[in-house]
Ligand binder design. Structure first.
Ligand SMILES: *Cc1c(COP(=O)(O)O)cnc(C)c1O
Length: 355
């Protein structure tokens, strides 16, 4: 199909690397498609964007991002539909969130149409990289960072916005063992927890490493003040089911507002579950487990979609959940999301954007 004149410069690579890629065995986040998108901000405005061959970038050692971390990102997925078309899952939500993160980190806003068009054109140029396998997808990583060559602490005046993509296989999170974190915090009131800002993840590595050394996969973060209320898990929002109720921590400035979270809650409401978005205490979850009333617990995020939690570690004991094979909600939600994204069923909430 002939595409109308591009709003970007497009420089295609001479030789594709795609023949070197084993699409049956894709590690997460290590295989990069042929092209990337790049756009520069200076003098108060964005330049025209370019799609160029995927390559290293060169930075001045004084680039402010390296020292003070003005850097934000997004994670989006594109899917090969059963009819061969390619859909991107709810990209407008990620674009809105990107601009919220940018505002919090004193970075410039991106025009949502330019952002969306960049996604579509980049994926179109690399459309052969969108896996055919129904288990796999194209993970999209947009990001922005400061580039002033100056080591004073102040907002940079220049930035770079980029997007690259990675074909990824079925993400197997396994059955996740989480540990309730009662000392460290990833996010505080007044902080940057709601933003997908690079530094949030750096700060979370150490507590996560300690939990991993203790045999857990991930942390169940709690509020930074009392460590009494559950926030989220790793890079996923967290949900619990007891009977007909789906319970999840309410959004706040300390929680990342996940697109998967919203999608799963939308399905839950549509299916007649009672959805409660509110404070969820560690004690409440512990009591539900004790009474045998915690039917399901899972993380929700773009990379894994849904990651079932099989065990929760409290300060003095690990408590197991009922086996996943008997769950009614999470497996159905995961399957429905796959079916919508693949165009195998209709898309009642208009979540797919076709390129
Ligand atoms: C990205 C992310 C999520 C999940 O958001 P999605 O939009 O569903 O991918 C949840 N928590 C944190 C901390 C995240 O970075």
């Amino acid at each position: 199909m002939l595409v109308k004149d591009s709003m970007f410069n497009i420089q295609r690579c001479e030789v594709s690397r795609i023949s070197q890629v084993n699409f049956d065995d894709l590690p997460f986040g290590r295989v990069f498609s042929d092209h990337m998108f790049i756009m520069e901000y200076a003098d108060g405005k964005w330049s025209q964007g370019s799609i160029v061959p995927f390559q290293n970038i060169s930075l001045n050692p004084a680039s402010s991002v390296i020292h003070y971390g003005q850097s934000i990102f997004e994670g989006i997925k594109a899917f090969r539909n059963v009819d061969g078309r390619i859909s991107i899952f709810r990209p407008e939500e990620n674009i809105k969130r990107f601009n919220k993160s940018a505002e919090r980190m004193c970075m410039p806003q991106l025009d949502k149409n330019v952002f969306l068009e960049a996604l579509k054109q980049l994926i179109d140029v690399d459309n052969k990289w969108v896996p055919e396998s129904m288990e796999a997808s194209l993970y999209i990583r947009p990001f922005m960072f400061s580039t002033d060559e100056y080591i004073g602490v102040k907002p940079s005046e220049t930035y770079r916005f980029m997007i690259f993509t990675c074909p990824v296989g079925k993400y197997y999170a396994g059955d996740v063992k989480v540990k309730v974190e009662t000392h460290y915090a990833r996010s505080v009131k007044g902080g940057t927890g709601f933003a997908k800002a690079a530094g949030n993840y750096a700060g979370a590595l150490y507590p996560a490493k300690i939990a991993q050394e203790q045999g857990y996969h991930q942390l169940l973060w709690t509020d930074a003040v009392e460590h009494k209320y559950i926030e989220e898990s790793g890079t996923m929002n967290v949900m619990f089911r007891t009977g007909n109720k789906i319970i999840t921590p309410a959004l706040s400035e300390t929680i990342l507002n996940g697109v998967t979270r919203d999608s799963v809650l939308t399905l839950a409401r549509d299916w007649g579950y009672e959805v409660e978005e509110r404070r969820v205490s560690v004690e409440e979850i512990r009591q539900l487990l004790k009474d045998g009333k915690l039917d399901e617990a899972f993380g929700a995020g773009t990379a894994a979609t849904i990651a079932p939690i099989c065990s929760i570690g409290f300060e003095d004991a690990n408590v197991e959940l009922p086996p996943y094979s008997g769950w009614e909600f999470a497996p159905k939600a995961a399957q429905t999301l796959i079916d919508i994204r693949r165009g195998r069923t209709n898309d009642p909430f208009n979540w797919n954007t076709y390129i």
